[in-house]
Design a protein around this ligand. Structure first.
Ligand code: SF4
Length: 210
């Protein structure tokens, strides 16, 4: 079996129905949750979003929210002051410019406060079914260890290599699978190499573990 097929097969076996660890119930909540998740765990985001979404369920209410109240709700997560400001301003733009809908074009998404390429890709994949991949710290590490990307690649280069390497139709699922593989198996400090089904194709394993 060629390496790419082995990786896809293994990830499908390990994570057959991957879905985001973030809790949300519509596209607006998803966008807000992903913005809040920057440099913070999904678990900590899930602790603050029930109150946030129940008090401010749409762009109109969130754009009118008192900033002090947003900061108070978000204070347990990293960068909460910046994130409070971003989600308020982002909601104003969504309401005033996009009729409270989430735009489906990358350039429109990336023009929103707090939304970079990674967040835009998550939204494009999950909300609009686009075959794109968002490179977070786990996807970046796993891709390099498996030799899909080079150690010196920046995040955009890693994304481009993944897109070229895999079949387009696999990308949306692979996004979650690579995150889970990195989060729960190929961990940054203690990867579970001893019982990893990808040992034989892993550049990192061949270099350091054997
Ligand atoms: S062999 Fe180790 S480093 Fe390589 S993919 Fe598996 S867990 Fe990660």
């Amino acid at each position: 079996m060629i390496k790419r097929e082995l990786i896809v097969k293994t990830l499908n076996e390990m994570f057959p129905n991957p879905k985001s660890d973030l809790n949300y119930s519509n596209h607006f909540e998803m966008l807000i949750a992903v913005v809040l998740s920057a440099q913070t765990t999904d678990v900590s985001v899930n602790k603050v979003t029930p109150e946030l979404f129940s008090k401010y369920p749409n762009p109109k209410s969130l754009k009118e929210a008192p900033i002090e109240d947003l900061e108070n709700i978000l204070k347990s997560i990293g960068l909460y002051k910046t994130k409070a400001k971003n989600i308020k301003n982002l909601s104003k733009i969504l309401h005033d410019k996009y009729d409270s809908k989430i735009p489906s074009e990358r350039k429109d998404l990336e023009s929103l406060p707090g939304v970079g390429r990674k967040t835009a890709n998550v939204v494009l994949a999950n909300a609009f079914g686009k075959n794109v991949i968002a490179v977070d710290t786990h996807v970046n590490r796993v891709s390099k260890r498996l030799g899909i990307a080079k150690e010196s690649d920046n995040v955009l280069e890693v994304e481009e290599r993944i897109v070229k390497y895999f079949q387009k139709d696999d990308l949306k699922k692979l996004h979650h699978q690579l995150i889970f593989f990195g989060r729960y198996h190929c961990l940054a400090r203690n990867p579970k190499c001893e019982n990893c089904p990808l040992q034989e194709v892993c550049v990192f394993y061949k270099k350091f573990e054997k």
